[in-house]
Design a protein around this ligand. Structure first.
Ligand code: SF4
Length: 324
């Protein structure tokens, strides 16, 4: 049954969420016990994805030099975060890294580029890279390159791109607290352009940016409304000189509750343990995999994370298996 359901992934299932915003709020506040809804989320995960876990590997193809000011990001303008900045890697370097990811057993190779969005010329270059990686390696590609208009979305779709990452990050009301150079509406417009071009949406959130519980609930249901099929849940990893006021201390149990809420609001979406899983979920990572069905290995954009061997051991500890 799970494999049949997996093949339906691109149909944007219309199934109803298994939790209401009000119940989600009570759950995140700790007013409802952990386990009943955790069990429902685990059962839902197993129904749609069985025991499989998808491993994603990020390739930061261009780092730093960003004119945007997302407060959580080490690459934002004037960040003084000590990261190494570089322009877009050569096509050969990116292709070699895709081959490495394929050999390591990655399910998806995620090309991530800093900046507001790609120029028309860069969009064409990315399109030809996507054609080559998918055509020659048969590796699924996800691209994350910032804001797009309809024309650029269509160029990427016609190259065969089936997944684009563009995170909502937080609720609409809280967005001005984390970024001033573009708006939540700009992000939604990019997601809508991609959706119209037929590209599957990957969009997620960052927890720990000083947002309220209502904001987390709002973004979990906003992702449902946008028919997002892949949801990375990031737990904020502060970088030196980050510009986020009131960043919270997260507990592993709270992080687990967030995952339960996102799973139940988006029952058949791929749910990914993203940045910060090692630091914030800690000893509950294996439990988290009973709710989430994918994760990143080998670190994040500018922060190290667990390598492949440790990640595979975690998957085994959870009684799951890597989907190759
Ligand atoms: S998140 Fe993206 S757009 Fe925002 S500052 Fe970082 S690289 Fe730039």
């Amino acid at each position: 049954m799970p494999s049949e359901l997996l093949s339906q992934e691109k149909k944007f299932s219309e199934i109803a969420p298994l939790i209401t915003p009000e119940r989600a709020r009570l759950y995140l506040e700790g007013q409802l016990p952990l386990y009943p809804l955790f069990a429902l989320a685990a059962e839902t995960r197993e129904r749609f994805f069985g025991k499989k876990v998808r491993i994603h590997i990020l390739d930061n193809i261009q780092n730093g030099h960003c004119p945007e000011d997302c407060g959580y990001c080490a690459q934002r303008r004037g960040a003084a975060s000590g990261i190494i900045s570089y322009p877009m890697k050569s096509d050969e370097e990116i292709f070699a890294e895709a081959m490495h990811a394929k050999k390591a057993g990655a399910y998806r190779f995620c090309l991530v580029s800093s900046g507001t969005g790609p120029s028309p010329k860069t969009t064409e270059r990315l399109a030809s890279l996507i054609r080559r990686i998918q055509g020659e390696l048969g590796l699924r590609v996800c691209l994350s390159a910032g804001l797009l208009d309809e024309k650029k979305a269509k160029i990427l779709a016609s190259a065969g791109l089936d997944r684009y990452n563009h995170n909502l990050n937080t609720a609409e009301k809280y967005y001005p607290a984390i970024c001033s150079t573009h708006s939540y509406a700009d992000r939604v417009a990019t997601l809508q352009a991609l959706s119209q071009a037929g590209v599957g949406l990957c969009s997620g959130l960052i927890v720990g940016l000083g947002e309220s519980i209502d904001h987390i609930v709002e973004v979990a249901f906003a992702l449902k409304a946008l028919r997002v099929i892949s949801i990375p849940v990031n737990f904020f990893l502060p970088t030196p000189n980050h510009a986020i006021q009131n960043a919270q201390t997260l507990t592993p149990e709270f992080c687990l509750r967030v995952l339960v809420v996102v799973r139940l609001a988006n029952p058949d979406s791929e749910l990914r343990l993203a940045a910060g899983r090692e630091v914030h979920l800690r000893s509950l990572q294996a439990m988290a995999l009973m709710v989430a069905n994918s994760l990143f290995a080998e670190g994040y954009l500018n922060t190290p994370g667990d390598g492949f061997a440790t990640t595979l051991a975690l998957i085994r500890d959870a009684g799951m298996e890597a989907e190759l």
